[in-house]
Design a protein around this ligand. Sequence first.
Ligand SMILES: Cc1cc2nc3c(=O)[nH]c(=O)nc-3n(C[C@H](O)[C@H](O)[C@H](O)COP(=O)(O)O)c2cc1C
Length: 364
Amino acid sequence: MRKMQQKLELPNGSILKNRLVMAPMTNKMSFYNGVVTSDELCYYAFRTGDVGMMITAAAYVKSEGKGWDGQLGASDDKHLLGLSKLAATMKQSGTKAILQIFHAGRRTNSKILHGIQPVSASAVASLEADAEIPQQVSTNEIEHLIEAFARATKRAIQAGFDGVEIHGANGYLLQQFYSPHANVRDDEWGGNRENRYRFIKMLVERVCETAKAESEQPFIVGYRFSPEEGQHPGITLDDTLYLVEQLLQQPVDYLHVSLAEFQSKASSSVNHQEKMIGAYLQEIVAERVPLIGVGGVKTMRDVETALETFDCIAIGRALLIDPRWAEKILADQEAMIRRELILIDRPVNYISNGALDFLTNRMA
Ligand SMILES: Cc1cc2nc3c(=O)[nH]c(=O)nc-3n(C[C@H](O)[C@H](O)[C@H](O)COP(=O)(O)O)c2cc1C
């Protein structure tokens, strides 16, 4: 049996039926207020059933943390009914359904927030074009943010999801707290690495406690992170190895590294040039939890190479372009895979304008 077909038991006893994961992908298909649409349900229904685990698009946990129009919401009980439909849709043929929980922090703007200033660890704008200066959150507000993640976790449980993935990657709020670029606080939430990690520590603790207290079945808690930041100062691979070691002190069920290419090497650390980032991460993880890799997987050969390093591999764009990609790979029907995005097929495959924008920007 090929490794991709092998089951995987997570630390909490949940079993993934295989090693393929659908990566979290924003589709911008939700209503203006974050409620799931029927088209969005179809988009997931087309792609589920074959992968062992499917992760939703990032869902905001607080309205001030919304990152873009059309984003999925998990910030209010009004989202519950739609989230229940979404979980039921995703849980086909044993696929585990995971809700990705998110706060944009400084990576949003006052237009999307209808006049409200974005918040972050410190009042430092990101380096993106047109980035706004966020408002630094107070200690009191930090507690509210952590609570918002806990409440979104409770909603995920009530809706019937198998787990949540805490979005600590791609420059959003959790990463902003850990980043020496975004976090220049001089209180207990900033400064040295230990202090910059404190927000993540408290948040993961609360989410894991909520999962234990509110769910009758084992509920999966995963954590996604980006291993490096391009700017100086910025998160280095050394910082990330520390982060991973800290996260492993908590009852997380998997870690998920966000990479553009699964074989990427570090650009931030001269001491870590010999192997790829995934291999250094696995040295630290040391089989304590599964590590999911991602980035540029399109063929069976890519899957097999990736699974030499990672325990599971997430697939994003290939599954957008061909919703039956996983079925074809698992059935050894690789020649049948559609590899080009054919615009005329967009409606049948439920690729929205929003997903297309995201897709074309990222595929450039
Ligand atoms: C259309 C699109 C939307 C994405 N949205 C998210 C998201 O909501 N959350 C997230 O963590 N990553 C997001 N990503 C990143 C993917 O999860 C993945 O890491 C990236 O696409 C690389 O994998 P791939 O080469 O298989 O596409 C998105 C990527 C794409 C292409």
